[in-house]
Design a protein around this ligand. Structure first.
Ligand code: ADP
Ligand code: ZN
Ligand code: ZN
Length: 737
């Protein structure tokens, strides 16, 4: 019998980020359970708010006076536990690990519809009533009755009337006399369209071996390092099927659902209605319904973006993470979790298997196969026997010396020409959108920058203006320099818009299509571009990293990487890794059909090892060189990086606050030889949306306890300026700018 409950209240203030003790009233003692949502009185005014039960006790160690002061739970809100008991432990760990609040963690486990009191959507469907009497047996009535006999409980009144072409009033008459009845039924808000069946394939020996390893190994965690096209999806499906046969549930994570329509198509095509789909683009209602389908045990499989990792399956057996190296698995908002860490923790807590897959594993992950934490499975051949494309690296400095000033090297030009003549398709990859990426004055050096951000503006030809890619602010185009009034305003840096223009100019007969943030803003636009290119309505697809994702275009025989240096020059310790991944992934789009593929990589640094090894399709050599750099520099996986970012419109206050905080952190950590405190200093982008930005970086091998200390120091130091300064704590952030 539980007399007391530990409750986390649904209030965002960091001040109430603790577990409050409440009395369990007599009437609820038989019903109270962990993970339930309850109503509790809270604060001075005893306002009724939502709370979540995370602890239950028979006794507590408190003096009787304090016990008497405890408030009591008012009621239990739902007839099920909204949080699984297993997840309560996970919530505690996440709070320490990601330096955030309990409530922020709870919110990723339940859809917002729960606390908003959302209900299932219901619809009144027409069902048969008492037998129709002779008096009413006229032709139209009989037709309606016969139709409902065939389709009992399938249509509502309006649909029935549309289907049969009879007026609503005839149907109403039949209902009035009890020959038909209306019955309430739950409808799924999620638009569950039909998918083409995706037939099971006979596994090849390598695929079979991979499946056997996962099924038989004593280890629970696996990394499938399989080259692009090696048939990883078929392995995933096989494993999901096996889990289903054992009565276990599976979660399949993909980087971004809208960018991987193919994966959803394949899983839906194989497993049909039994697959829930879960991602951030769902409406609250759709999200609630899909979550409920999982909670009520109606589905055994879910496919989705990173947040799907938190779905409340009751008997989770398998987590699959495709393209595990992708940055989108890391959340940028609190809790700033990485889905791979959560999968690890889940495997530990509930014993499920974790299978990661990638052609270019994160250096972090691959390192863990060398320590034995993950079992490595390697697939080095394409499943359909196709060859990996040949990659040619072009030194753009030589092109210049040969007087070629265009953005196409001689190799890429002749490759494109050949491809178009053969009526095959090409993909051109440039990781920068817009027309020109910065505009400046040749005379005085003035750079057109955003008023709100410390960022050069990008020129967009189609909109004919300068746009900030951080805040969206626009500035009008001018031909004279605002500073020195000269006419030498010039456009530099090529973006996807200009690349498309150039292709059209050089190859007027080519039909081009662009895929970037600007052309995919509308709903379904990505799918439209993907489908029309796949159907060969276009010859050349030009795009940002969106085109590097797991797309399967059998007619693509040429891939051009316009400027491989872009990712290489990023101020980030993962720049080499990103470059290797991008080149390999985008190259993997070529030669997936019967015809062999060719890749041209243009760069100013052909000697860089990530480019060199990408060209040779040699991940292992790349990894070996990169891991040594990480070891020497004490970067992840050998240390963690904690970025403490502060931002404020008030620059003076910001600088003073972060300097005081920096002093405290240096004092705490400088004599700890496992830790390093860097800064404070302004962020790489020192202003965004009028807010100034400074950061402190802490590098080292810190424990959960130390992270907790750092968090407390930070919040204590800032408590008086909390209304003016925003704080972000991020462990191993996606970018350090
Ligand atoms: P990956 O995800 O590893 O890049 P895919 O799963 O997309 O590779 O598979 C690449 C291609 O090989 C697909 O067209 C797929 O249908 C085909 N394929 C996969 N497994 C087999 C198999 N066992 N037999 C024949 N074709 C296969
Ligand atoms: Zn000027
Ligand atoms: Zn801006």
């Amino acid at each position: 019998m539980y007399n007391y409950a530990g409750v986390i209240v649904n209030n965002d203030s960091i001040k109430v980020d603790k577990i409050f003790t409440y009395k369990v009233p007599e009437v609820l003692k038989n019903k109270i359970a962990l993970g339930q949502r309850v109503k509790v009185p809270f604060g001075m005014g005893n306002k009724n708010i939502d709370g979540f039960v995370v602890q239950l006790y028979e006794f507590i160690e408190l003096d009787s006076k304090s016990i008497n002061k405890l408030k009591a739970i008012i009621e239990i809100s739902d007839d099920f536990q909204v949080i699984r008991e297993k997840d309560i432990a996970l919530i505690g760990i996440m709070r320490s690990k990601y330096l955030c609040t309990y409530l922020e963690c709870i919110k990723v486990f339940i859809p917002s519809g729960i606390t908003k009191g959302m209900k299932f959507k219901t619809k009144n469907l027409v069902v048969l009533g008492s037998p129709i009497t002779d008096k009413y047996k006229k032709e139209s009535y009989v037709k309606i009755i016969d139709f409902v006999k065939e389709n009992n409980g399938t249509y509502n009144k309006q649909q029935l009337s549309n289907e049969l072409g009879f007026s609503l009033s005839s149907i109403n008459t039949l209902i009035k006399h009890g020959f038909l009845n209306l019955e309430e039924a739950v409808v799924n808000r999620y638009n569950d369209r039909q998918y083409k069946a995706y037939e099971e394939k006979q596994l090849n020996p390598l695929q079979q071996q991979a499946v056997d390893t996962v099924m038989k190994s004593r280890n629970k965690k696996f990394l499938i390092h399989g080259i692009t096209g090696s048939g990883k999806t078929e392995i995933y499906m096989n494993l999901v099927k096996k889990a289903m046969d054992e009565g276990k549930d599976s979660i399949i994570l993909i980087p971004e659902i809208s960018l991987t329509p193919q994966m959803v198509e394949r899983f839906k095509g194989r497993f049909g209605r039994d697959v829930a789909i879960f991602h951030s683009k769902l409406s609250d209602g759709e999200r609630f319904d899909e979550w409920m389908r999982v909670k009520m045990g109606k589905v055994k499989v879910a496919i989705g973006a990173r947040s799907a990792i938190f779905l409340p399956f009751s008997n989770l057996g398998l987590i699959i993470m495709d393209e595990e190296h992708e940055g989108s698995y890391k959340s940028d908002s609190d809790p700033k979790y990485h889905a791979r860490d959560i999968a690890d923790l889940k495997s530990h807590i509930e014993g499920c298997k974790v299978v990661l897959g990638s052609a270019t594993p994160a250096v972090d992950t691959y390192y863990r196969t060398t320590t034995g934490e993950y079992t490595l499975i390697t697939l080095s051949e394409r499943a359909d026997g196709a060859l990996l494309p040949q990659i040619k690296v072009v030194d753009m400095r030589e092109e210049l010396m040969n007087d070629n000033k265009s953005i196409f090297s001689a190799s890429l030009f002749s490759g494109l020409k050949q491809t178009l003549e053969n009526k095959e398709q090409a993909i051109l990859f440039l990781n920068r959108r817009g027309f020109s990426t910065f505009v400046s004055c040749r005379k005085c050096g003035y750079v057109f920058k955003c008023r709100n951000c410390d960022i050069a503006l990008t020129y967009h030809n189609h909109a004919s203006n300068l746009t900030c890619h951080y805040c969206g602010a626009k500035r009008e185009l001018v031909n004279t320099c605002p500073r020195c009034k000269s006419k030498y305003v010039k456009y530099f840096g090529i973006g996807t818009e200009q690349l498309e223009d150039q292709v059209k100019k050089v190859f007027p007969e080519a039909k081009t299509l662009r895929m970037d943030f600007d052309t995919t803003r509308e709903k379904h636009s990505y799918e439209k571009i993907y489908n029309s290119f796949r159907n060969q309505e276009y010859d050349v697809l030009i795009g940002t990293q969106m085109v590097a994702k797991g797309l399967d275009f059998p007619e693509v025989t040429l891939v051009g990487v316009i400027a491989a240096d872009l990712s290489l020059n990023l101020p980030d310790y993962r720049a080499n890794e990103r470059t290797f991944q991008l080149i390999t992934q985008v190259s993997g789009r070529a030669g997936r059909g019967k015809k062999p593929g060719k890749v041209v990589v243009q760069t100013y640094s052909p000697e860089n090892f990530s480019i060199k090894y990408a060209m040779e399709n040699d991940y292992i050599s790349f990894y070996k060189e990169e891991i040594e750099i990480r070891r020497n520099m004490n970067y992840p996986p050998f240390a963690k990086i904690l970025a403490i970012n502060l931002s404020s419109e008030d620059e003076k206050l910001l600088i003073k606050s972060i300097q005081d905080l920096g002093d405290k952190l240096h004092l705490k950590l400088d004599n700890n030889d496992k830790m390093e405190v860097l800064g404070p200093c302004p962020c790489g982008i020192s202003k965004i949306k009028n807010a100034y930005r400074w950061q402190i970086i802490i590098k080292g091998d810190f424990t959960l306890e130390l992270a907790e200390d750092i968090k407390n120091i930070t919040y204590n130091e800032l408590s008086s300026v909390y209304n003016y300064i925003r704080v972000s704590l991020d462990v191993n952030p996606n970018n350090l700018l």
